[in-house]
Design a binder for this molecule. Structure first.
Ligand code: TYM
Length: 346
């Protein structure tokens, strides 16, 4: 059975796109696939960050994953920084990555050139984090990576690095492939349907956060930008606003957006239905989230890291040996050789 992984960056509050693009696929598949889900806190440090907010958001993301149905008895759920293997494999993989291919990553270019100083103050980790992402995936011998459309290029890089490493140094890594969510692989911002719905978008008005109260969710959806005409049809190019509302409904129900479109006579009805579906979807998740204590979440994440460690360390050990380093394991007691002492002074 193919092994899967999903990661979530605690740079802000989780939003409906994260749910539709990645959380729902994990929850739906965790009974059929060995699954790893982790909080990518090291990735949240590629842009200026506040340490106490990072700590809080990491727990919030962990709690929301649990509340949304990630089952820690099935899915290995942990926080990235609790396993040092991520950082170590990151460096080893940098040694098979070229500057040019890191520089070509679209997400890097977008974030880098958005910086007011033209990018000269961008953290170096912004350039190299796709390599960290490759390490996240390769550590766990993953076959399939369910992601939203924005992450496809990073999984392609992961494949390239795994193939290159295996070819140069021997068969160490499983080569993964991307699995796109069957529906709602890219939810758009409600106030600008050409932009992705994201945790850190400049305005919160177009972003449906998983912890938004029902009246806020409703208000945001009722004010969503729609398109010319009145007919409800699924046409992402011609009618991006309406199609996004259909994607949102589809992300909640799992139905196909083109089929959903036939049920509504006008935009107002569609908005009412989308608001009701989002509120119904999130109500039980919010209730379960508020029942969890930070201590319970912390405990669950640490137990998950303990489960993840053995395989991760074994992968790093294989990579180290293939590269000409030691396996990193301590020499067994009674191994041959004695430590060298200083040569006598002449
Ligand atoms: P993050 O937290 O930005 O996104 C987490 C997941 O949510 C998906 N997603 C969306 N899907 C549909 N519509 C949207 N508007 C939307 N916004 C986000 C993302 O595609 C992603 O699947 N770099 C990763 C975190 C990561 C990771 C990994 C993922 C680090 N290492 C290894 C998989 C495997 C990220 O973008 O997180």
């Amino acid at each position: 059975m193919s092994r899967r992984i999903s990661g979530f960056k605690p740079t802000g509050h989780l939003q409906l796109g994260n749910y539709a693009g990645a959380i729902r696929p994990v929850v739906d598949a965790q009974h059929d696939h060995p699954t790893v889900a982790f909080i990518a806190d090291l990735h949240a440090m590629t842009v200026p960050h506040d340490p106490s907010r990072l700590r809080e958001l990491s727990l919030e993301v962990g709690g929301l994953l649990l509340a949304a149905g990630v089952d820690p008895a099935r899915t290995v759920l942990y926080r990235q920084s609790d396993l040092t293997a991520h950082s170590e494999l990151h460096y080893l993989l940098e040694c098979v990555t070229s500057y040019g291919e890191a520089h070509r990553m679209i997400q890097f270019k977008e974030a880098h050139f958005k910086n007011k100083d033209g990018g000269s103050g961008s953290r170096l980790s912004l350039l190299t984090y796709p390599v960290l992402q490759a390490a996240d995936i390769l550590l766990h011998d993953i076959d399939e990576v369910p992601v939203g459309r924005d992450q496809r290029q990073h999984v392609e890089l992961t494949r390239d690095l795994a193939l290159r490493f295996n070819e140069r140094y021997g068969p160490v890594f499983t080569v993964p492939s991307t699995v796109l969510a069957p529906v709602a692989a890219r939810l758009a911002d409600l106030s600008d349907p050409t932009a992705k719905m994201g945790k850190t978008n400049a305005s919160a008005n177009g972003v449906l956060f998983l912890l938004d109260p029902p009246d806020v969710l409703r208000r945001k959806i009722m004010r969503a930008v729609t398109d010319g005409g009145t007919e409800v049809v699924y046409d992402p190019e011609g009618k991006p606003g309406v199609s996004n509302l259909l994607d949102i409904l589809a992300g909640c129900t799992g139905d196909q957006p083109a089929e959903i479109a036939t049920k509504y006579a006008n935009y107002g009805e569609l908005k009412e239905a989308a608001a009701a579906a989002v509120i119904d979807l999130l109500r039980p998740i919010q209730r379960r989230y508020h029942d969890l204590s930070p201590e319970d979440i912390e405990h669950t994440l640490r137990a998950g890291a303990d489960r993840a460690r053995e395989r991760a360390d074994a992968t790093v050990g294989r990579a180290r040996e293939a590269l000409g380093l030691t396996s990193g394991r301590r020499a067994p007691a009674g191994s041959r050789g004695t430590p060298v002492t200083a040569a006598p002074a002449r």
